[in-house]
Write a protein that binds this ligand. Sequence first.
Ligand SMILES: [Cu+2]
Length: 112
Amino acid sequence: MPKNKCATILKSALVVTAVALGGCGGGEQSGGVAVEMRDDLTFAPAEITVAPGQEIRWRNDGEVPHDVVAEGIGSPLVRGGEEWSTEAPAAAGTLAYACSLHPGMRGRIVVE
Ligand SMILES: [Cu+2]
């Protein structure tokens, strides 16, 4: 039956798309912006510029745990070897954030 055949082709296309999208994850080439959480209590880079809704990934390659706290953003504790990501705000503007564990550890997200 032509209708069923069509549905099968559609399902196959969806599976292929899902696999292709899944294969893009993990690297810095995936369209996200990466911020390093460093043992010297800084975010590097301290200021990033992203597009509305773009993925932002905080990665902790050190040993000191950190988090990311801002208006509308609250990460869990990100320990050494872990990472956490979220989407940039949908509206243009500048969002300041901080690590709640380390006063003075601050960063800025510029959405434009
Ligand atoms: Cu911190």
